[in-house]
Design a binder for this molecule. Sequence first.
Ligand SMILES: NC(=O)c1ccc[n+]([C@@H]2O[C@H](COP(=O)([O-])OP(=O)(O)OC[C@H]3O[C@@H](n4cnc5c(N)ncnc54)[C@H](OP(=O)(O)O)[C@@H]3O)[C@@H](O)[C@H]2O)c1
Length: 343
Amino acid sequence: MTTTKQVSNTRVLISKIPEGTAPNKSHFRTVNTIEEVPQLEDGAIYVKNSILSLDPYIRYDFPEGTEETAVVGFGIAKVIKSKNPAFPMGSTFFGPVRWETYSVLDQAQLGESVNLDNGLDKDVPLSVYNGVLGLSGFTVWDSLNRIGDLKAGETIYISSAAGTLGQLAGQLARRKGLRVIGSAGSDEKVAFLKNELGFDAAFNYKTQDRRIALADAAGPQGVDVYYDLIFDDTIDIVLDLLNPHGRILSIGVLALHQGQELAAPKNLVNILLKQLRYEGYMVYEYFDQWEAFWKEVKPLVKSGEIKYAETVVKSGLDIVPETYVRLLQGEFKGKVSVQIGDI
Ligand SMILES: NC(=O)c1ccc[n+]([C@@H]2O[C@H](COP(=O)([O-])OP(=O)(O)OC[C@H]3O[C@@H](n4cnc5c(N)ncnc54)[C@H](OP(=O)(O)O)[C@@H]3O)[C@@H](O)[C@H]2O)c1
């Protein structure tokens, strides 16, 4: 007689779509089901999730319909059953997982995944592979290289600079010889940028007039590059302040995640008049560069030359929605992970 093994699977669902507002706890529901360990199709894997990466963009993925949906984020997991040779049983997986204890991932869902055992450095905490050495870090490294066209002596301005992407963007730009200005939402974060990460200047966008603060921080050299993580009306200000041949690198949409109005600049003519370049970047097309990213950035993280702040909350899945809401409210610096199990 064969017995099918069963597991208890806790899962966070989106129960309500936030309309024109930031998500709050009431938009989520946690359910628990007893499920059979699934039979896998060729190419699929079955993972036990360990360290979930909480990313602002999850808000953007909320479906338009009314049906409850599982939340899909990125995270680190242990492969416990496999029909995919790239991710054998027992390997450490980084990629898209749902906010649940166990996930089945078919071949089509594995395109943005990495087998961490092929380069895992035990001297670096595993959670860092959610952040500065994960998708966030890769996004920054690749976008700056691919579309940044950064030149020593230029000035770059980074919004949400104390966030996961912002922290690394500032440090990588500085290593390339740029002058770095950042903005963040608290004086404590501003001090962190200047004192810990070595930003040349930083300001609190909540308490200071952004136009005056940015112009003051830039001084007569002006601004050459804007690393935009928000997509709000800061773009209007930057379009006025950018030097000729400046670039706007459009990377994030934190305003959208917050249910705020997106930028609709009235001064786009500056693109023509100052011969600016305004370019968007989406990481999903470029995973072929992952090895090169690790080769360059991992030693810098390991040696402490690249610094990062991160928060790892050790708890059950039920705490994930409120931690995500706190992340959007600006409570943390850098990557926020929730460790729901051992690896
Ligand atoms: N293009 C791509 O391929 C790609 C890849 C990865 C991530 N992204 C995007 O990049 C952006 C940044 O990601 P991240 O992980 O580094 O997030 P993050 O900056 O850590 O996000 C959280 C922080 O955002 C700030 N924030 C929230 N709403 C804001 C607003 N309306 N204006 C200004 N700051 C706000 C808060 O800090 P304060 O205290 O400073 O307000 C909060 O601590 C996100 O939109 C993300 O989806 C894009």
